[in-house]
Design a protein. Sequence first.
Length: 125
Amino acid sequence: MITEIIFSDYYRTFLLCILSIGVVFFMRNASIRKKVLALAGYEFIVFLLFLWIFIVCIIFTEFDYESIIAIVQWELKWILYFTISIILQFAMYYFFWKKSKILKIVTLLFSLIIVIVPLHVFDFT
């Protein structure tokens, strides 16, 4: 089950997206320092996950520089996606959360849209 979660794009993406939405939502009223620590903790989790995938791919594939470069490019694309999405979510909560109820609803919807739409627009395979 754990290997299926780690290596399946669907499960990994779903869990990391839910984690990013949860981290941002629960840190919406925190100080800047706590937000930075939450972002660093989230990025550490993402980095460890992709480091584990990289190590396992190196162990179970032929040691070829082209395949390693392809794996690193694939991982950097995903890490960049998750980093940009969580930073945009933090920015939206920072600018819009304390304004009005309508902006709170819009912020929650855009928080989901920021995570979901790029997965369908861009090819992350």
